[in-house]
Design a binder for this molecule. Structure first.
Ligand code: OOB
Length: 545
């Protein structure tokens, strides 16, 4: 058994967060119990014809937790969960959290590179997958992962198990008690990251529940809320901001969408009377275009009260189209898996909601906007965002060296985002200092892709940078200095795929180059490369990808 270590807040700060009521003794298990006693037979989770009441959900969690315990999972064990949006995901979360077993929430898009790394890093005891989703067979992926050194997980499959353990067969009558405590780690979220593979973010019951509870209050979720989980539920945004956990805390109904496209989602909104949902900007544009092209679709959105948009910058022109086209309010959300969540508020003036990414949700959030020497800049000036507070971590899971640079000595998290603070405390995101590409909300670490490309014999050196794009906000472009004759771009993308890299991280464009522009100290100037792409974007024809 391996206890999940977590960099704690200083004792005096923890005491303060408890005394102030931010942190309570509640766990995710007590959330479920409280909601069952308050909302019993109300519908909790809707998934493709399956409707679970709160009572049904609790019964499913009992049965699964029991089976997981019999499988040998114990408090402190880690597991990797990679499931699509389905009710089993919700049941599994509560069951694992009851046992004190810590899930790593992988995204459905992750492949062999990422899953192997997670399994090794946490010494995963189990790996939970679905059988086939969108034509992709996760059992084949699981076999490839199991063949790697240092992976010894039991594979559990929702659907046809094909020789692995079937999720269904794990369900066992009986109830196991909750052994998790509020100060324990509830789950490990993935960081967008800018160095190497995603880092793991330990969220404890106490801080993550505070995240959920405060989000519920700020967003006005209640029994009347019907929340459509359109984005992958493994992500912090649809999970806890307020997401499906928030909906279940508030007594509402979670509707799970198999995919976030307008065809699937508009129909679900209409059928289930969805009131709230969350999207990233490229999806907002897709929904807007669908409704603009066929005005009758707008009828399907009658029940929609609020559309949350976050994960990447929402351009003002797009923000302005939302209410007239979709007929609902907009809420901007600027958040991060590491903690800090900013929301625009229901009573904020429209002029603010269109241009600002919101303000911190908690009065206890501390925010600094600083220059390169960590000195505060004047309000209204652009600087790097630092933050700490009752739900912002003080360190990544088992990465002391990285923690030394990602956090200040006094515990502020260096977000790597460039922001401007308005007089009311709202933040406007102006850019980024971290070497990351934000591809419509999906985060790509430049270094991770560069390292894999460097493994190709025809690559001498490489720099991966963001390239502006109207729909995605950013796409990724790899500048490659070839070793000898330049390979075909296809050879390089094949090389990345063969190593099992998630598809969204494959560069959208590969550009061969003789030498990199250098900074004053001789380092590769990513800025010069980005600027070249910007100049091309603003000057002329669409770049080919
Ligand atoms: C959300 O979380 P992550 O961990 O995938 O990514 C965090 C990063 C931020 O540091 C920022 O660079 C970017 O994503 N970001 C935004 C943004 N929201 C996130 N950049 C501009 N405008 C926004 N509204 O992306 C996330 C977590 C919880 C709620 C919402 C988003």
């Amino acid at each position: 058994m391996m206890a999940a270590p977590v960099v704690r807040w200083p004792q005096a700060v923890e005491d303060h967060y408890r005394a102030a009521g931010y942190w309570t003794e509640e766990t995710f298990d007590s959330l479920l119990h409280t909601s069952v006693s308050r909302f019993g037979n109300a519908p909790a989770v809707v998934d493709d014809g399956v409707v679970l009441s709160y009572r049904d959900l609790a019964a499913e969690v009992d049965a699964l937790a029991n089976g997981l315990a019999r499988m040998g999972l114990q408090k402190g064990d880690c597991v990797v969960v990679q499931l699509p949006n389905c009710h089993q995901f919700v049941v599994l979360c509560f069951a694992l959290m009851r046992l004190g077993v810590v899930p790593v929430f992988a995204l459905p898009a992750h492949r062999q590179t990422e899953i192997t790394a997670f399994c090794r890093f946490v010494q995963a005891r189990a790996y939970f997958i679905a059988d086939v989703v969108g034509g992709f067979d996760y059992r084949t992926l699981a076999r490839a992962v199991l063949a790697e050194d240092g992976v010894a997980a039991q594979v559990v499959v929702v659907g046809e198990a094909d020789g692995f353990v079937s999720y269904q067969s794990l369900r066992q009558d009986g109830v196991v008690p909750c052994v998790a405590q509020a100060a324990d780690v509830a789950c490990l979220l993935l960081s967008g990251g800018s160095t190497g593979i995603p880092k793991l973010i330990p969220r404890r019951h106490c801080d993550y529940l505070y995240n959920v509870r405060t989000s519920v209050e700020v967003c006005g979720f209640g029994r009347q809320t019907v929340y459509l989980a359109a984005l992958p539920v493994a992500h912090n945004f649809p999970m806890a901001c307020p997401g499906f956990f928030g909906t279940l805390m508030a007594g509402g109904t979670v509707v799970l969408a198999a995919d976030p496209g307008p065809d699937t989602c508009l129909e679900l909104i209409d059928r289930h009377g969805v009131t709230d949902t969350a999207l990233v900007p490229p999806l907002v544009m897709l929904w807007l275009d669908a409704v603009a092209a066929d005005g009758r679709l707008r009828d399907r959105l009658r029940s929609l009260r609020c559309l949350q948009v976050g994960g990447a910058k929402l351009v003002e022109e797009v923000a302005r189209r939302i209410t007239p086209t979709l007929g609902c309010r907009v809420q901007q959300v600027f958040g991060m898996a590491e903690g800090l969540i900013c929301y625009t508020r229901q009573d904020d003036p429209d002029a603010l909601v269109m241009v600002a990414q919101g303000r911190p949700m908690s009065p206890a959030d501390e925010v600094r906007v600083v220059d390169d020497s960590d000195h505060d800049v004047a309000d209204g000036a652009i600087g790097q965002l630092l933050t700490r507070g009752p739900y912002t971590i003080r360190g990544y899971y088992q990465l002391p060296e990285h923690n030394a640079v990602a956090f200040t000595e006094d515990g502020f998290y260096r977000t790597g985002d460039l922001v401007r603070r308005l007089p009311d405390g709202s933040l406007v995101v102006e850019g980024r200092v971290k070497d990351q590409i934000n591809r419509g909300g999906e985060k790509i670490s430049a270094e991770e892709v560069e390292n894999l490309l460097l493994g190709h014999p025809s690559v001498f050196d490489v720099a991966v940078v963001a390239m502006p794009d109207k729909t995605w906000g950013e796409l990724s472009c790899a500048f490659v200095i070839p070793r000898g004759p330049a390979p075909r771009p296809l050879d390089l993308t094949r090389h990345l795929r063969a190593q099992g890299l998630a598809a969204f991280k494959i560069p959208d464009r590969i550009q061969f180059i003789d030498a990199f522009p250098a900074t004053g100290v001789g380092k590769t100037s990513r800025r010069a490369l980005r600027d070249a792409l910007q100049a091309e974007y603003f000057s002329g024809p669409e770049p080919e990808h």
